[in-house]
Ligand binder design. Structure first.
Ligand code: PEP
Length: 263
């Protein structure tokens, strides 16, 4: 269902009217985690001022350590919905359990499957029936074929509104958290009609790499970029080291605009 053999033209997925797909580079930005109403609104205003057309933010955070901040849960979703009301930005947020899909879908415009859940098949099937566009991140240990098969689980349940997100894979390199697999962008676009975006924040894990990795992804043909921003990264409860501040985000937005010539 997700193969180009089934559908030769590349698809456009629309999230509350915001297109993700060929002929555009969609900028999605927001906090890694929703922490407070003030922090989320400030991050959303930063994102919007720089030209982002969608807001990201995690209310359910799948953390490596059980002692790390796990997210605000439904309260975080309510904050996101309030910020959407204020800014008009559609929201993408992660769902980590099949039991929560309906509840998260009540608030979210797009449902995110994170790297750790790419092969949680019950979750993929539930999300395939939720009636919302999906952003499916690549498993950090997954091959491209496994990633596309994960998308197939969602599509099989009737939902073809899927955006793939390359967010880095595990390699032997320790200088970065993961290695952004830039080659995955053209490879996926040849195999599948689904849009593909890149996440330079979670792959590199470092603020200084977000701009170069975004550039690399766009030049390789990515249909969008999703980045973390935070009004005060040093106080962030999650992944502050990769969060962009205002100036960085403006520079990124300029780079996105300049690089659209490579589309
Ligand atoms: C995220 O986007 O909030 C996230 C946790 O990303 P990933 O699943 O790619 O680690």
């Amino acid at each position: 269902l997700v193969s180009r053999e089934q559908h030769n033209d590349r698809s456009v997925v629309r999230v509350r009217g915001v297109p993700i797909g060929p002929d555009t580079v969609t900028l999605i930005a927001g906090p890694c985690a929703v922490e407070t109403p003030e922090q989320t609104l400030a991050a959303a205003r930063m994102a919007q001022a720089a030209g982002a057309t969608m807001l990201r933010g995690g209310a359910f955070k799948p953390r490596t350590s059980p002692y790390a901040f796990q997210g605000l849960g439904e309260l975080g979703l309510k904050i996101l919905a309030d910020v959407r009301q204020e800014t008009g930005l559609p929201i993408v947020t992660e769902v980590v359990s099949a039991h929560d899909v309906d509840m998260v879908a009540e608030y979210a415009d797009m449902l995110q499957i994170g790297t750790r859940n790419m092969q949680n098949f019950a979750l993929l099937q539930a999300i395939g029936e939720a009636g919302r566009p999906v952003m499916l991140k690549r498993g950090m240990n997954a091959t491209i074929q496994e990633w596309l098969m994960a998308a197939e689980y969602i599509a099989q349940r009737g939902n073809l509104e899927i955006v793939l997100c390359e967010r880095g894979i595990r390699t032997f390199e320790t200088a970065t958290r993961n290695t952004l697999d830039v080659s995955a962008v053209p490879v996926v676009q040849e195999l599948s009609h689904l849009p593909v975006i890149v996440d330079p924040s979670h792959s590199g894990g470092r603020r200084d790499l977000v701009l170069p990795l975004s550039r690399a992804g766009i030049v390789a043909g990515a249909d969008g970029v999703i980045v973390d921003v935070h009004p005060q990264p040093s106080l962030a409860l999650c992944d502050g080291a990769q969060a962009l501040v205002h100036e960085d985000l403006a520079e990124l937005a300029d780079a996105v605009a300049d690089l659209t010539v490579y589309m």
